[in-house]
Design a protein around this ligand. Structure first.
Ligand code: ADP
Ligand code: MG
Length: 392
């Protein structure tokens, strides 16, 4: 999705006030009645209606008059609220180019005041193939309340909590910097997604490192569930960084074994196809078992026996059990797996990804920082925890 942050520079305090009022209204309404927006925003002399027209023109809200005169946030509107909050916190000062388009996210470079480049991931749950969306809709029918913004916020919260915990335990993941609404700020990883790499100096070493990571994760109580060439970054020294955590589960999940085996299988398949690697050499290792072709693979059961409790630590941190359950239900309904590694056509995958180059200053859009005059959440108390966004 295109993210034109230019408009952000020209939005006034009142614009943000009304935008935040729409967001607050969405806690209880899919479409927020204009009157309610007006009441929450509390602008004088019908000012809200004029501002709403401006927000509509900038595609920050969507107008719906089917049942009554009402509005809802667009993803762009939600993006602006998150970006504004993070800029006010001093997390970054400008937004640069898009560096990645995931299945359910957009990734941009952002720069801090002192010029450090970070990565900003905006979660966009629901933006998937028709089939996946349909299966999610089927799931929604069984639920009382639901909101795409809410799920995207959960995904970001989970990703942030996991990234932080994994980093603290020495896993090669981006450094988790901050999180607001559906937006995660993390360090920028140097290198390329493994899917783009045609040749490796030491494919055996890289393969062993990656398998070792899957096993070590499980030993800590976790399974990535999307461990594939799209979510592994590799730099010129063939150093690995793992990204993309919203779908991770605990080893005590009832489908844990299947997820673990699937992660392992993805890596075997990719290395076999791309680098001609078969891995009988692991045969004698403890904790391995033979597959159909007689190759030895890490065994989930022996890994699980030794599993630590990072999953439990995480449950105790920002991402609670209830949220975990909601996310898992959603993910299970999503038949699609992020990986296209089952496809035979590798080259298409490569062309999808945007190459990483450093951000030129003139490509950045500088955003107004906090000066008191355009603070979006001052009176409206739009703290993170105030945006559950479900509607009944
Ligand atoms: P999705 O959940 O939508 O698959 P990912 O987290 O996998 O999103 O990110 C999509 C792409 O964006 C990645 O394949 C990678 O190219 C790029 N990307 C994501 N995070 C970073 C980062 N921290 N540094 C550099 N590039 C990144
Ligand atoms: Mg991904």
């Amino acid at each position: 999705m295109k993210l034109d942050v230019n408009a952000l520079r020209y939005l006034s305090k009142d614009d943000f006030r009304v935008l935040t009022a729409v967001e607050m209204g969405m806690r209880n309404h899919e479409i927020v009645p204009a009157e309610l927006v007006d009441r929450i925003a509390g602008l004088k002399h019908g000012g809200t209606y004029k501002v709403l027209r401006n927000l509509l023109k900038n595609k920050l809200v969507h107008h719906d008059a089917t049942k009554y005169d009402g509005y809802r946030l667009t993803y762009l509107g939600y993006d602006f609220l998150a970006i504004k909050t993070l800029v006010n916190r001093g997390v970054f000062a400008s937004v640069g180019r898009q560096i990645g388009v995931g299945k359910e996210s957009d990734i941009f470079e952002v720069a801090t005041e002192d010029g450090t480049i970070l990565a900003m991931k905006l979660h966009r749950l629901g933006r998937t193939s028709f089939r996946a969306v349909k299966s999610k809709r089927d799931y929604l029918r069984h639920r009382r309340s639901f909101n795409w913004l809410y799920l995207s916020r959960l995904a970001a919260l989970k990703e942030f909590a996991f990234m932080k915990a994994l980093g603290d335990h020495g896993f090669p993941v981006p450094t988790a910097v901050d999180c607001n609404r559906h937006c995660v700020i993390m360090s920028l990883v140097q290198g390329y997604p493994l899917v783009q790499v045609k040749e490796l100096q030491n494919p055996d070493d890289v393969f062993d490192t990656i398998l070792g990571l899957i096993v070590r994760l499980a030993e800590h109580g976790l399974i990535h569930c999307d461990f594939n060439e799209f979510n592994i970054m590799i730099d010129d020294d063939e150093k690995i960084t793992v990204i993309d955590f919203p779908q991770m589960v605990s080893v005590s999940h009832r489908n844990a074994q299947m997820f673990f085996d699937r992660d392992i299988e993805c890596i075997y398949k990719f290395f076999n196809k791309r680098f001609n690697l078969t891995s009988e050499k692991n045969e004698e290792q403890p904790g391995s078992e033979s597959d159909d072709e007689g190759n030895s693979r890490p065994s989930f059961l022996s890994v699980k026996k030794a599993a630590g409790s990072l999953d439990k630590e995480l449950a105790a941190s920002g991402f609670t059990r209830k949220e975990q359950v909601e996310m898992e239900k959603f993910i299970e309904e999503d038949a699609g797996h992020d990986s296209s590694s089952d496809d035979d056509d590798d080259d298409d995958e490569v062309s999808d990804a945007v190459p990483l180059v450093s951000l030129k200053i003139d490509q950045q859009v500088r955003l107004p920082s906090k000066d008191g005059s355009d603070e979006p959440d001052s009176n409206l108390a739009s703290r993170d925890s105030d945006v559950p966004g479900t509607f009944s």
